[in-house]
Ligand binder design. Sequence first.
Ligand code: 5RP
Length: 290
Amino acid sequence: MADNKGVHDFHVNTKEAAQGFYVKGAAHLDWGMQRRLGHMFQPKSGNTVMLAFDHGYIMGPTTWLERIDLVIPPLMPYVDVLMGTPSIFRADIPPEERPGLCLRITYDSTVLNDDLSCGGGIACDIESAIRMDADCMAVQCFIGAPGESRSLELLARTANVGLKYGIPTLGVTAVGKDMVHDEKYFLLATRVLAENGANIVKSYYCDGFERVVSACPVPIVIAGGKKLPELDALEMAYRAINDGAHGVDMGRNIFQSDCPAGMAQAIGKVVHDGYTAAQAYEVYEEVRNR
Ligand code: 5RP
């Protein structure tokens, strides 16, 4: 049927607004992958605050996560992504649209066994991840340890099935007790994870981190590690962002703080708003003293 409203303007001479995509390494990914990455990384900063509370899957409950139902839900307004195991989400976390959802889908050897030769296995299949509306699937890799090849196989298989269904994969660098946490190691480990399919890599901060970030074709987020004094944890986050990290995937330095909500908000200021550690510490103090 003829359209009698006049000539449509398809703006053929106007450049498209979005020529790429703001998440590093994701410009050529499928629409669904970009959409899910967009649930995780804020467009204004290109960065993300992920809250990790998956520690119990190898450590049990005594990391101050005895009652996840009480500790984690109050922090949901202040973070971009929650990272945990599917069973804990089902048991303890309300299924709200925000924040984004990163499922740890592998199992590993527990701290009682501490066996880096295991390399892990799949604990949550793709159907479960889709049913839970996951934005991301996390796989831990043991680069330089006996479980390396098994864990890389799990990463590559997850990344392939993730590409098929539009769910990004987070590759997590596991650092064994006796492994050196230095630039040389993280340069290799982060690049290996990215080249084996990870769309995001979780690493640790180290000297020379700007080179680690530069050589990794996808965004790096840093873990916090063991609890530090709040100002030190903010300083580490600040340095990581300043050196090019695209966010944090932090656990103990948030939920073990004496004011987890203050710490989550302070970290958010560093990650998204360019605050220095000292400025962000004021945010933490202000929330704590309310
Ligand atoms: C371990 C992980 C954990 O999620 C991560 O270490 C938790 O964060 P934090 O170290 O900040 O407590 O991926 O492999």
